[in-house]
Design a protein around this ligand. Sequence first.
Ligand code: 4NP
Length: 162
Amino acid sequence: MYNTIQTKILFVCLGNICRSPMAEGVFSKVVNDANLSEQIKVDSAGTGNWHIGHPPDNRAIKAVALRGIDISGLRARQVSANDMHAFDYIIAMDNQNLADLKQLCIPSHHYKINLFLSYADQYDDSEVPDPYYGGNQGFETALSMIENASEGLLKKIKHDHG
Ligand code: 4NP
């Protein structure tokens, strides 16, 4: 049972080449596995503009490929004020992303913006750490957090939409 025509989810990090494209890929698979890909649309964006048009970082592509997920076709874009209207759930990877998104968004839409790890049940952390300047282990850690939070986010969306 899912009583809304379409729900739109936007994952946001700084560059849109590491964390948020991994989240887009993982969450899309979780939605697809639940046979909800017609009802739930998934996208990602970055608060920064340095990587507009770039594919995800190779380390992110490889980490999710080990889970059978292909994000190599994604291209980075910068989040816009219009996104704050167009999307129903806007998911920030860290507290800086959260603060930047709230600046872009009218106060009556702030309820849409939440930290991704607030949906995780296996982590007490509030942030998915930025893995860009570290090694492969940072991508594995971020990916494990993203996988756990994705399950919780789908539960929350299903709960919100009956
Ligand atoms: P992301 O990682 O926010 O997870 O995509 C980063 C990617 C690039 C940069 C910072 C973080 N950068 O400074 O270029």
